[in-house]
Design a protein around this ligand. Structure first.
Ligand code: DAH
Length: 344
């Protein structure tokens, strides 16, 4: 029996010696010290021995078990340290390597332009309409009917306007002018607002046209408002936006929701009126549409045109940004190429 214990001891010490890693040592521990180990078996069977043997074999078995356990712990510590060192060595961080670069974002030129224009009008007392008064998904009622646009107007054609399948007459707005109606239905005059936002047109994309673009709508309704007020506000806007007073031209035009209507041109900022490629040789750049709010529109929203009058205007954000920053293709705003965007 003593010999058997001695053999176990030797086998265990050799196994500990040979263990190469912490996994091996775990196995050794199970083999020699677990409940099912040979050593434990001997301890369990002590009761069958004489008292004398019980004492000798029992204390020897305990001594060997202790020794094995100590050696295992010792070896485990050694191997664990070794493995840890190897791991640290392998996962070492080279702090001299270049870090990963996080590029800074910035405001899109269109956002900058919208903010700039809205701020100019804020300075003249115009406030920003609430979003719910300027929805992108609209009804024909607000986009056309209430704006005095006849049923057979070509702008209503499927070729010009995106119709949805949500319900008949639900469209993607083709102009921000519907915001005028929403505003006049929720506010009594005096009204002085601007409404920037996206508009959609179903037409062929080119360097000058995109299916999606941005407009800023303006509306002022009060007592005794005349065309002179419109001229003053537009000239002031142009002066601030383009950085200096420039000759402007109010050309007679037609919009169903304004009477009289005008298209406003500014002297070409590239050639100062001499005529160049940008202004197609005319010396003038058309920048916005405007006019006095048509009495029919005021009646539609139950504002008495005998008491109140007003003016409205609408401008294309892309066009204004293109003119100021000499951008020659509208698609550049939507491709999101950072090499373009970071220039502004
Ligand atoms: N909604 C017009 C368009 O998209 C622009 C416009 C013209 C707006 C005259 C106005 C206005 O408010 O008075 O072409």
């Amino acid at each position: 029996m003593q010999q058997t214990l001695e053999n176990i001891r030797e086998k265990a010490l050799a196994a500990i010696q040979n263990a190469q890693n912490t996994d091996n040592i775990e196995d050794v521990k199970i083999e020699f010290l677990s409940r099912k180990s040979e050593l434990n078996n001997i301890k369990k069977n002590l009761k069958d021995l004489s008292n004398e043997d019980k004492r000798i074999i029992g204390s020897l078995a305990n001594k060997i078990a202790h020794e094995i356990e100590e050696k295992i712990n010792e070896k485990y510590q050694q191997l664990y340290q070794k493995e840890l060192n190897e791991k640290l060595e392998k996962e070492r961080i080279d702090i001299t390597l270049p870090g990963s670069y996080t590029p800074y974002g910035k405001e899109h030129l269109l956002t900058q332009t919208i903010n700039e224009i809205v701020e100019i009008f804020n300075g003249m007392g115009f406030s920003l309409v609430h979003n719910e008064n300027s929805p992108e998904v609209e009804t024909e009622y607000f986009n056309f009917d209430m704006l005095n646009i006849p049923k057979d107007h070509p702008a209503r054609d499927m070729q010009d306007t995106f119709y949805t399948k949500v319900a008949p007459n639900v469209i993607l707005r083709s102009q921000t002018s519907g915001a005028q109606i929403h505003e006049m239905l929720t506010q009594k005059p005096p009204i002085r607002v601007v409404a920037p936002g996206r508009v959609y047109r179903c037409e062929a994309v080119s360097a000058r046209k995109n299916n999606l673009f941005h407009q800023i709508e303006g509306l002022l309704v009060d007592k005794d408002i005349t065309f002179a007020d419109l001229k003053g506000v537009m000239n002031e806007f142009i002066r601030i936006y383009f950085g200096s007073a420039r000759p402007t031209r109010f050309r007679n035009s037609f919009f169903p929701f304004t009477e009289p209507s005008a298209e406003i041109d500014v002297q070409c900022i590239m050639c100062h009126g001499k005529g160049c490629r940008v202004c197609s040789g005319t010396g003038w750049l058309e920048i916005l549409g405007a006019g006095m709010v048509d009495p029919n529109v005021l009646r539609n929203v139950e504002i008495d045109p005998e008491i109140y009058s007003g003016f409205a205007f609408g401008m294309g954000v892309e066009r204004l940004a293109m003119l100021k920053w000499a951008v020659d293709d509208i698609r550049l705003f939507f491709n999101n190429d950072v090499r373009f965007l970071k220039q502004f």
